[in-house]
Ligand binder design. Sequence first.
Ligand code: FE2
Ligand code: FE2
Length: 375
Amino acid sequence: MATGARENHREDVAGRANVEDTPELLAYYDELEQLEAGALWTVANKIEPWQPKSSSVPVVWRYEDLRKHVLRSVELVSAEKAGRRVIYLNNPGRREHAAAVGWLYSGLQVMHPGEVASAHAHSASALRFIMEGKGAYTIVDGHKMTLGANDFVLTPNGTWHEHGVSADGTPCIWQDGLDIPLVNCLEANFYAVHPNMQQAVGYPVDDMTQTWGNPGLRPAGAEWSKGYSPLLKYEWGPTYEALQRYAKATDGSPFDGVLMNYVNPVTGGPVMQTIGASMQMLRPGEATRAHRHTGSFIYQVAKGRGHSIIDGKRFDWNERDIFCVPAWAWHEHVNGSNGDDACLFTFNDLPVMHSLGLYREEALGDNGGRQPLAA
Ligand SMILES: [Fe+2]
Ligand SMILES: [Fe+2]
């Protein structure tokens, strides 16, 4: 018996599916459904859109609004009971996947001095970007790293890792970025708690920075063949200095200003197999041109203030705010100061786009590369 309420995504365009429903076809579709099958032409135009259709929406998460709630979580739950005491960013279009944008997760984690989170490992790749506080540290496979504001640290796929704040530190907040939604979508996620709950530090503190973090120099005899960068921590000081030095030698990108990618020093490629990251500087008064590309992006304002126009809508941001740009959304950035630079940290799924041959990019040609603002 035909239901009459069946999906049929018709398009009146040559080469696209355009089959009208008839009583006979509706009955046929019902018979196929009984066999856990269906007629492709009823859904083809939906599952193969002309261009990427992101279900994520652009969002700014203002630190001013979120910070007090993040701090309050310390009174409400212990780090021990929560496992990880994190307030995650939930994109209205991606709630089903607990994603901040696309297949990327983001959350704000808080720890007080003397607190230690249990050591664990997972198939998702992770990073943290330090927002405030003193005394934070991360241990990755026995390598302990001390962390300060705007430092960026990796906890790659499969590594044992844990975080804490030293007893003489201050309350610390950082952004966690992971590809949990992607790894779950691929049905490949494993999670393990360390058998001893904590891991031993097996190397001198900050040894990977001392070994691999020297510009243009590769340590003699040091071997590294893992799929992620051995430079597990990227400090703010040298990163900002590099942007300032590069700014003297380049006009920058019309779309991104002065941008440098964080890389694996062994390969020159992305820091991890699934997540890429960069820091960009918008010079005083700089307003970039709009472009769009595949790949989902989470930005964190490391320095300064300004706004971005995403799919025709203006989003103002201040230092520490986080915002997202969904795949294939037009975007341009504006530094709100004529006297100081603004810096945006980004993490994204570009390594996935590039390694799967899915990267596409397009510049906005109209209106001098600037989007008209939607009413
Ligand atoms: Fe983790
Ligand atoms: Fe972009």
